[in-house]
Design a protein around this ligand. Sequence first.
Ligand code: URA
Length: 464
Amino acid sequence: MKPGNEISREAAAASPLHMIDLIRKKRSGGELEAHEIELIARGAADGSIPSDQLAAWLMAAWIRGLSRDETRALTLAMRDSGVKFSSARLGRKAVDKHSTGGVGDKTSFLVAPLAAACGVAVPMLSGRALGHTGGTLDKLESIPGYRTALTLDEFEKVLAKCGASIMGQTDELAPADRKLYALRDRTGTVENPGLICASILSKKLAAGLDGLVLDVKTGSGAFLRRRSDCEYLASLMVSTAEAAGTRTVALLTDMSQPLGRAAGNWIELVECVELLRGERPEYSADVRELSLILAGWMIHLGGEAASAEAGRKRAEQALENGSATRVFMAMVEAQGGDLSVFDEPEKFHRPGATAVVEAWTSGFVAKMDTTALGWAVQRSGAGREIAGEPVDPHAGILFHARRGARIERGQPLATIYATTAEMLAEPEEILKRAIQISETAPRAVPLVGRVIARETAEMQLSSQ
Ligand code: URA
């Protein structure tokens, strides 16, 4: 018997389960059976297990860790804790992309229409800004009228009409995660690979996906800092989702600087719409490239291209022939958004106050603390520190110099758009500390590092 497994399989199956026993078992280093984990997920969803017991179990799981079997059982139990969306009636394979979050990460607005324009359905459930990372829903809500709270029927109608829909998590999908994630946030139990994996995948799998592309960020703005942790999490998610029947691949991508030029709400959409309209601004080259690569994988996993490379070529055509723009605009319109704001996007941008941060010395942009830059964006008014706080659609930061760029003293490094003039000082101060200018150029970091598919994931996990 494994340590802590005082309750035998037979006894557990025969006698009623009590949460206190499951807390003790995990606390002592035992491994929970699938039916025990199902009890926890069900109890979290229907409120029958009190929050203090759930929080105690989460802390035990955080400290002791979850085995791969426990992680898989928790993922499936949380997926099954509520209603599930079925993409069967759409007549296309359903594929989504999930990012572990970053600064200026706006690829959703490109990959969803790109993949949809190439024949894949993209039922995308997204989140809100919290702390140093931005939120897709907040960015979309800067379009007047855009509804992120659709019913599942409305979601399906938009998908049938446009091929893509981006909305928020509903109360009905994976309710166990809603309860457990809120508790983890309050009890310091977020950063655990098994819990993160189950939380992210339960929501994605409840959306009825055939394929999933995971964008796992690495570098100074990443959720997990150590590269080995990122690789482990990516492998765990790929292996768990594949075992649940969803074709999945993870890409480790660079977040050692903000992605593209804009970090905020409306200004990120403007950057994407420029790209969708075929413009090729140098500063947005990384957003374009990463979006094409991610969309290529989505199109491949959705069965519309023989390889990710062939999928990328199809995505590039969809960008160039305008079909992706048409999908994006149709989706915005179908979800109530006012398309006229895209006629002259700069005119719609009305920040409360603006300041330009200039280079204080000449040299190379050597290092960016992207997490700190994310906090600067949040302090401008574009993000929130506590769930539920409002955000300013017009706030954010435009970056004018990328990592490795040679700059002269007095050259603009960034433009801050804040809600009020009083809110300019803090982001300005953070920017000055977060950007390092030095005499030597830094080593270039590839935009996409490792690609982890099923076989690589299994090898990585078995070598741990
Ligand atoms: N995002 C989620 O949805 N869950 C986690 O646990 C971490 C990030």
